[in-house]
Design a protein around this ligand. Structure first.
Ligand code: HEM
Length: 125
């Protein structure tokens, strides 16, 4: 694999692993705590890193002839981000977050499945 793709895939993996950790940390903290607000702020910065590295991979992958699967990868990836954000915002307001957690888990399973199936980086199945 060319260096650019290998580096970008690893960068992409790093960004979403950090984001998931920040999300769980923030979600586990007390609603009103400063720590939760700070973790959420850093998490938002990581959304941008995930999207930049994901789009870079996406553009290259458009030559692979698997456009539809890549389209779903992008949508579910954005879905994971949207549900993390809604879980934290609704949680902070004291609203119910059950549906948001379900959306998060569904999108996460889909995106991990697609990511590790598609040809770049690690191909598990
Ligand atoms: C939190 C959200 C996300 C998670 C958990 C995630 C997860 C993954 C995983 C597991 C891989 C496979 C890495 C590998 O095979 O080495 C991957 C690759 C990729 N991701 Fe994401 N991703 C997310 C968001 C995004 C977004 C928003 C985009 C598009 C804008 C995107 C586009 C891609 C592309 C194009 C690939 C290359 C797929 C391949 O051929 O292997 N991802 N991602």
């Amino acid at each position: 694999m060319p260096d650019f793709l290998s580096t970008t895939t690893h960068l992409h993996i790093t960004t979403w692993v950090v984001a998931l950790i920040l999300f769980f940390v923030a979600a586990g903290m007390n609603k009103a705590s400063k720590g939760r607000k700070i973790s959420h702020m850093i998490l938002r910065l990581f959304y941008i890193f995930i999207i930049i590295s994901g789009v870079a991979l996406f553009i290259t992958a458009m030559d692979f002839g698997q456009g539809m699967l890549y389209g779903f990868k992008l949508l579910f990836g954005l879905g994971v981000i949207a549900f993390m954000e809604m879980t934290l915002v609704r949680g902070a307001k004291g609203k119910s977050t059950t549906a948001m957690w379900i959306g998060f888990i569904v999108c996460l399973i889909a995106v991990l499945g697609l990511g590790f199936h598609l040809p770049l980086g690690i191909k598990l199945f």
